[in-house]
Design a protein. Sequence first.
Length: 377
Amino acid sequence: MAKKEITNIIDYLIWRGDLSFAVDHLNEIDALIFSRFSYMDMKSILENDGQSLTIREAYDIYHAVEESRPKYAPQDPELFKLMAQSTRYGDLRISFHEFLYDEDDVEQFSAVAISIPDIGHFLSFRGTDNTINGWKEDLLMTFDEQVPSQLDALHYIEHVASKLEGDLFLGGHSKGGNLAVYAALFCDEAIAKRIKGVFSFDGPGLHKNVSAAIEDKIALPYIATYMPQSSIFGKMLTHRELQIVVNSNASGVMQHDIYTWEVIRKDFVLATEDTSTSRIFDQAFHDYLAKLSKQDRKEVVNVIFDAIGQCDAETMEDLTKNLAGNMIKVVKHMSSLDDHEGKLIKDALGVLGDSIRDGVIEEITSHIPFINKKDEE
C-alpha cells in the first residue's frame, strides 16, 4: 500500500502558483501564506510611508542580502521565493510595512499590507518573533486586558484603512492572529464594515473581560481561528469566534509550526477533534488563570524574565546557544528568591502540576468502560 503523501503550503504554492486571483478567489490557504508573509524581514526594503513594491521586487532586494537577514523558520526563504516567482503572488503590491520594538515597554510588532486587485487588501500581522521581549509580551496577556502590540494593531488598521480603499482581510499566526482579531473587533465602525474575513492561525484568544464585551461587534461573524489538533498556544485565553481544527503531521508543541499543517489542494485537512494533550493543557492554563490572582500572575512573569535576564540574551537563539550555562544562571537566580517570590513560583507550578495530573487521570479513565459505567450508576 502506497504511503499517503503529505502536502503543506509549500506544495500548494507549487501547485497553485500559476493561477491568478482573477481566476481563483482568495481562500484559507492563501490567508495562511499571507499571514506568514509578515515574518519576512522587510527592514530597509519597505517603510510605512505609502510607497509600494511588488512581492517579486521585494524578494530581489531581500535575496541580495539573504544570509544576513533574520529568519523565523527555515522554510521562510523558500516560501518567499516561490511567492515571488509565481503568477498568483509575484505581482501583488505590498505597502505600509510597520516594525516596532521597545524593550522598556515590552513591545514587539510588525505588519504589512498586501493588495489583491479586485478583491481587497490583506493586512498581515507578525506573531511572536525570536526575541525574549516578544515572548514576555505574550505572557502579559495572562493578566493585562491590553498589551502594547494590540494597540499598535488597532492604530495600524486605522492608518492603513484611511489610505487604501476597498475590502479588508486580516490575518496572522500565533500572536499575530490575536492582533488581527483585536484590530478587527475594536477598530472604528466604518472600517469594521469593510472587513470581509479575519484569519487567526493558532492565535491565543482574548482576556476574559475583553471577550465578554464583543458580542455585538460587527467583525465577529467574519472571524475564524484555525488551530492544530494538539494546539497549546491557540487554546490560551477566551475564544468567542468560530474555531476550526486542522491536521498537523508534527507532535505536541511543534504543531504550532504552520509548515506542518496538512493541505489538500486549496483546503486544510481537518481533524475530527482536538487531542487529549490539547485538552489537558487547556484545562491547566485555565486553572492557572482561575486560581492565581492578576497580581500573582504578573509577579510570576516578572520573576521568570528577571531570571532569564541574568543570561544577557536578547533572542531565544542567544538563550539556547549556551543552554547549559544559561540554565545554571537561571537556576542560581531562582535559588536566591526571597520567601514571597519562592512561594509564588512554587504555588504557580503546583497549580499547573495538579491540573495536568488530574487531566491525565481523567483522560485515561474516560477510556475505561467499567469506570465510566460505575460513574453513571
